[in-house]
Design a protein around this ligand. Structure first.
Ligand code: 3HC
Length: 680
């Protein structure tokens, strides 16, 4: 867990717990013992703590949360370091995060590389720094800087840390170890941060909360962080630490932190491909082709351009090509105008784009992504052409949102090279990519797709082939029930409010208006069989026409629409439905529990590898609130038996096509979580 080396009169404690030097019980015990022994070892004048491998430490071992605490606790270790009678220097490279930075704050001096990342990201896990970080950081860098770091959780660079007084000296990766030893020999003695005082105008905390109200809305942890930092300005260290501990304990046992920790591990699990053979080699991807310069094709291209990967983008008409390429440039320039890119970066990215009408120009691409509209015949024709043009070994991908990758692959003589790469709109921003594994997709093709998605900063999730894959398939029962609820007596506002109160960024009708009510419409204004078709026939296509399920003003602010109410009423009459009072609980059951039920089917059919993958899809593709973990995690929190009972209660209203997932019913009855492979 650690190594200790005596370099003449300086003891070096090397944290050695790969991969991230997490401060689990073993590390804590070893560090505490080494510091303690050094106190009475006459050979030791000073101590240096450094991390072995690529970083100092990523903090407390998150897997230990929720389990009985093994002593010594991290706060005890940090206190022991600070109490050391011999000076202790932290030597930081790579990262010092969370408890890692708190250990460094317990040290009397800090030396770091300019590129090291120092941060307290606990808030992203629904907790606060619980080993003195909320008390020592403000004492060292002032309340304002500390609040910024602790409440946002964003790390700062070593160079910046030196500017604000968090770091005493900068060094390089190569000389850090030697510099730290030399530094330790120059210092007079301990210099304890906990003995400092810090003060602040009490109004500062309120102002900070107001300024950050949007970012911290609905979240418990940021508010607790502010309270803890306030305690640092008002109380002596030990009392402040008591406060910090109490807040930490309340948060770590709360539902939000459980959900956020679940999301942390779910994201990492999603990157893993079940059954992947160890010796699979990735295919090199140096140039990407994109077919279709529409909104999706353009957005997809930007991901690669931003990552420095050249893109050949193909269209059928010059006008469409010019429009697409122009939009890519415009998007980059808009980002530059906000100060998030330099002009050089814009030119570099745009310079990597090769717009062309020549389909044959795709012959040197290692990966080609088709992003044309959803029509199987069109897609099959494109893949048949691609089969002739693409070089051997090139990966052929479709960005289809619903269609069968297997059928698309059948248009080629190389189905092993075909997979789905389903990006979400806007594709240059949304993090999720469903990587769709066809029946014949080769292992190295799937692994390359996953790896590449990560290289361009996405969160990839493996999905099997089914209509709508994981995310969109789960939207189907949600939208069907939302539509039915409208006829039965609910309003779009009520259904959407239930979803936004739950924490979703928008409800089903707001989403329809944003995406376009006319998506997938048959375009025949004389054929009207439901409310949506009536809206489409009247040109109420959503936000883009300033009217959909809502009316919109110039600023796209929605108001309930009397026209929609009238259309709904007409359909009620036609269908002989007498509207009734619809409870919020019924809306939750019929629109959210039905999604959980569909998710369980997706799991038992093997479309998703694990329940947590479904959660990742909903977090990153649809804005499911991370503090509620994701639909499958949330269902387990609510209780699977409760979900099943509620669905049974409304079974008659759920339509003839509804059926309960046998897996869900079995897990609920047996009290087992959904993820267990033995129940699949
Ligand atoms: N505890 C336990 N395991 C951890 C961990 C931690 N703090 N940090 C990372 N890991 C594990 C990951 O789960 C992963 O395991 P796997 O290989 O089995 O999937 C492995 O280490 C490698 O992690 P990543 O795949 O994330 O590696 P990257 O190189 O992409 O990222 C990182 C490295 C930026 C350090 C990232 O892992 C990270 O953000 N870690 C969490 C940092 C954090 O939130 N620290 C605060 C912890 S809470 C705390 O300290 C409380 C204290 O105040 C009391």
């Amino acid at each position: 867990m650690i190594q200790t080396h005596l370099h003449d009169d300086v003891l070096e404690i090397l944290l050695d717990n790969a991969p991230v030097n997490a401060l689990g019980a073993g590390v804590r015990q070893a560090v505490a013992a080494a510091v303690d022994e050094a106190q009475s070892d006459a050979r030791v004048r000073a101590i240096v703590i450094r991390g072995n491998g690529k970083l100092f430490s990523a903090g407390a071992d998150i897997t230990e949360f929720g389990k009985p605490l093994a002593h010594p606790s991290l706060p005890q270790v940090v206190d022991a370091i600070e109490a050391s009678r011999k000076p202790v220097v932290a030597a930081i490279h790579g990262m010092a995060l969370g408890g890692g930075l708190e250990v460094a704050l317990g040290c009397h001096y800090r030396i770091a590389t300019p590129k090291a990342k120092l941060g307290l990201p606990e808030v992203t896990l629904g907790i606060l720094p619980g080993a003195g970080g909320t008390q020592r950081l403000p004492r060292l860098v002032g309340v304002e800087a500390a609040l910024g770091m602790i409440v946002t959780g964003s790390p700062i660079l070593g160079s910046k840390a030196a500017e604000i007084g968090l770091i005493d000296q900068l060094s390089t990766d190569e000389s850090l170890a030697a510099d730290a030893l030399a530094f330790a020999r120059t210092v007079d003695g301990p210099r304890r941060t906990g003995e400092r005082n810090v003060s602040a105008d009490p109004a500062l905390f309120e102002r900070f909360a107001i300024d950050n109200a949007r970012a911290i809305k609905n979240l418990d942890a940021p508010k607790a962080c502010i309270e803890a930092v306030k305690a640092a300005a008002e109380l002596p260290l030990d009392k402040g630490q008591e406060k910090e501990r109490a807040l930490f304990t309340a948060l770590v046992t709360g539902d939000q932190s459980k959900a956020l920790r679940h999301v942390f591990f779910a994201e990492r699990a999603a990157a893993k491909i079940e059954g992947l053979s160890k010796d699979v080699q990735l295919r090199p991807i140096a140039r990407v082709g994109v077919i279709g310069a529409g909104t999706m094709g353009g957005g997809i291209s930007m991901n690669f351009l931003s990552a420095g990967i050249p893109v050949t983008i193909v269209e059928m008409a010059q006008e469409a090509l010019d429009r697409g390429a122009g939009l890519i440039r415009k998007n980059y320039e808009a980002t530059a105008a906000k100060g998030r890119l330099t002009t050089e970066q814009v030119e570099k990215a745009v310079g990597l784009l090769n717009p062309t009408l020549d389909f044959g120009a795709l012959d040197d691409c290692d990966l080609i992504i088709e992003a044309v509209y959803e029509n199987m015949d069109v897609k099959k024709e494109i893949f048949a052409r691609l089969d002739k043009v693409a070089k051997p070994g090139a990966i052929l991908a479709s960005n289809t949102s619903y269609l069968s990758i297997d059928e698309i692959a059948s248009a080629t003589a190389r189905p092993q090279d075909v997979l789905g790469l389903h990006f979400f709109s806007p594709a240059n921003i949304m993090k999720l990519v469903e990587v769709v594994r066809g029946a014949e997709t080769a292992q190295d093709v799937l692994a390359t797709g996953m790896d590449l998605a990560r290289r361009i900063g996405k969160v990839p999730v493996v999905s099997g082939v089914c209509y709508g894959f994981i995310g969109n398939r789960m939207l189907i029962p949600r939208q069907e029930n939302a539509n039915a609820l409208l006829l039965e007596g609910a309003t779009p506002e009520q259904v959407d409010r239930v979803h936004t109160t739950f924490g979703m960024p928008m409800g089903p009708f707001q989403m329809a208006d944003l995406a376009g009510v006319d998506i997938g419409w048959h375009r025949d204004a004389s054929r009207i069989e439901n409310v949506r078709e009536a809206l489409c026939a009247q040109g109420r296509w959503g936000q883009k026409t300033k009217a959909g399920y809502y009316d919109y003003d110039e600023k796209r602010k929605p108001t309930p629409s009397p026209v929609v109410a009238e259309i709904v009423q007409e359909f009620r009459q036609k269908s002989g439905i007498t509207p009734r009072e619809i409870s919020d609980e019924e809306i939750v059951t019929r629109t959210l529990y039905t999604m959980v039920n569909e998710g369980a089917k997706i799991l038992e059919e093997g479309i998703a590898q694990r329940a947590s993958d479904i959660d990742v899809v909903w977090n990153y593709g649809y804005g499911w609130p991370r503090y509620k973990g994701g639909p499958m995690f949330w269902a387990e929190q609510v209780g699977l038996s409760h979900v099943v009972a509620a669905l049974q209660k409304y079974e008659n209203a759920l339509g003839e096509t509804f059926s309960l997932s046998p897996l869900l019913v079995r897990c609920a009855a047996e009290g087992k979580p959904l993820d267990r492979p033995d129940v699949r």
